[in-house]
Design a protein around this ligand. Structure first.
Ligand SMILES: N[C@@H](CCC(=O)N[C@@H](CS)C(=O)NCC(=O)O)C(=O)O
Length: 209
């Protein structure tokens, strides 16, 4: 049994989608980051960086923060969505790191400047939008010859998909990235994704291009 501490954001959805995909029982604890609940001392004990998602594994009393680490942990624990072959695993890790270091931080800045504070910092809007389109281009190229990002459907796809699901916030037209669009729709149609997306609560339907 896993305790999942999460909210309705791309990083949070990575963890809930993974838990649905691997089929481990879990109990959800909503951490409303709009109400600063991520700073509560009980939560800081398992997530010292005051960010969601975080998990607590009751099987071994182990807590973990950072969505990328959580995906790897659950993949390792269940033997699912993370290859055992060393080189295949590094390919998955490569794209997971690409998400953690690029897609997450850059698209997060697009949300901050373009969606929530338009007009306040034109240089930042231009810079992060340019970087967003560069990253969409890289993803589109990779998906041209690969059905999924790093071989079979894996934690790498699960890490990237929730960020792409905010393509409207990013003012990105998915028709300009046809391979990303094909991949996005295929993953959106997975039953586990449709369940995990609405954890800890439903705020909207999954955006469909
Ligand atoms: N690198 C972290 C980032 C987590 C993160 O930024 N979470 C956001 C929500 S998507 C959060 O908890 N924000 C609360 C805050 O900024 O105080 C991860 O991937 O888990």
């Amino acid at each position: 049994m896993i305790d999942l501490y999460t909210w309705t954001t791309p990083n949070g959805r990575k963890a809930s989608i993974m838990l649905e995909e691997v089929g481990i029982p879990y109990e959800t604890h909503a951490v409303d980051i709009g109400k600063d609940e991520q700073f509560k001392p009980e939560f800081l004990k398992i997530s010292p960086n005051n960010r969601i998602p975080a998990i607590f594994d009751r099987d071994n009393n182990f807590s973990l923060m950072e969505s990328g680490a959580i995906l790897l942990y659950l993949g390792e624990k269940t033997g699912k969505l993370l290859p055992t072959d060393k080189l295949k695993r590094f390919r998955v890790t490569e794209w997971l790191m690409w998400q953690m270091g690029g897609i997450g931080p850059m698209l997060g800045q697009v949300h901050h400047f373009v969606k929530y504070n338009p007009g306040k910092a034109p240089y930042a809007e231009e810079r992060y939008l340019k970087e967003a389109h560069r990253l969409y281009g890289v993803l589109d190229k990779q998906l041209k010859d690969h059905e999924y990002v790093a071989g079979d459907y894996s934690v790498a796809d699960i890490s990237i998909w929730p960020w792409i699901s905010r393509y409207e916030w990013q003012t990105v037209d998915l028709n300009k990235y046809p391979n990303v669009k094909r991949w996005y729709v295929a993953i959106a149609n997975r039953p586990a994704v449709q369940k995990g997306y609405h954890v800890p609560k439903k705020v909207q339907e999954i955006p469909m291009p």
